[in-house]
Design a protein around this ligand. Structure first.
Ligand code: UDP
Length: 261
């Protein structure tokens, strides 16, 4: 058996040089897909994720429609080429589970009762995976839903903490996920600090768990800023485009008036 690598040194530095409470670099772009009602592209460390939202729209098949509210249906898919060992294409137990828990997390923040009999369909493609793809997906979907104009109580931030070499750390990388002792992915409402998804793989003491939760809540607020910034940038671009359009219309009007005079 391969020897477990030393995941954290005596100074608390991790394999990629991060401190215990440090996230991998995160960037988000909103509105990257023209044909979707809302979309977001996210890079988080070596993870690359695309999220697309369609709806609210008529729910098909009709028998699944709820008379009083909308359904949020998330489909998480990991591309064959996203991981080192080619992944067999198509759904599997893992993607079904991630789709289910992500749908449930968003059902707790979207104002579903505003859209009876409808569905809000969300598709997540993991283009490159390096551990933490479900929380990366959650973070991207929140931005894509906001981009689609879906009314929500708040954005959700996905983030994970875990334990490596006996130390509680934030946002596990691939080796840390493989050889670490625990991994706890979460979906958090950053403003209210409510937890709407919590999964746990491995063992932690109550004290370690509390320490990790504190780190994750602080990180969710950081992630929230990146999400809001992506949406602001998207909006700023739209305003510029609108102004350019209005400018062109004004010019055309002036030209017509001159011609008529
Ligand atoms: N992974 C893989 N092949 C698979 C599923 C997962 O190589 O079929 C890798 C991938 O890098 C993923 C990591 O294992 O990010 C951890 O997977 P896990 O099920 O813990 O979910 P995640 O941490 O991505 O939310």
């Amino acid at each position: 058996m391969a020897e477990t690598p030393k995941l954290i040194d005596s100074k608390g530095k991790r394999l990629d040089g991060r401190k215990a409470n440090e996230l991998r670099p995160l960037t988000i772009e909103a509105g990257t897909l023209k044909r979707a009602d809302g979309s977001a592209y996210l890079e988080w460390g070596n993870n690359k994720v695309m999220a697309a939202v369609y709806g609210p729209r008529e729910c098909h098949p009709r028998h699944m429609a709820h008379p009083a509210r909308a359904l949020v249906r998330v489909t998480y898919n990991m591309a064959s080429f996203s991981v080192g060992d080619r992944k067999r294409p198509g759904p599997d137990r893992r993607s079904t589970e991630i789709s289910k828990v992500t749908s449930e997390a968003f059902a707790s923040v979207v104002f579903l009762e505003q859209f009876p009999r409808s569905s809000i369909d969300v598709f997540v493609e993991i283009l490159q995976a390096d551990a933490g793809t479900r929380v990366a997906a959650l973070t991207a979907v929140a931005v894509a839903l906001a981009d689609a104009g879906i009314p929500m109580k708040s954005l959700l931030a996905g983030v994970a903490f875990g334990k490596i070499g006996g130390t509680v750390v934030l946002d596990l990388g691939k080796d840390e996920d493989n050889y670490g002792e625990a991994d706890v992915p979460l979906a958090i409402i950053p403003r209210t600090e409510e937890i709407v998804l919590l999964q746990m793989d491995g063992d932690l003491t109550a004290k370690e768990f509390q320490k990790g939760m504190k780190m994750a809540i602080a990180a969710a607020k950081e992630i929230y800023e990146v999400q809001k910034d992506a949406l602001k940038r998207r909006y700023a671009v739209s305003v510029e485009a609108l102004e350019a359009e209005e400018g062109a219309e004004e010019e055309l009007k002036e030209e017509t008036v001159e011609e008529e005079a």
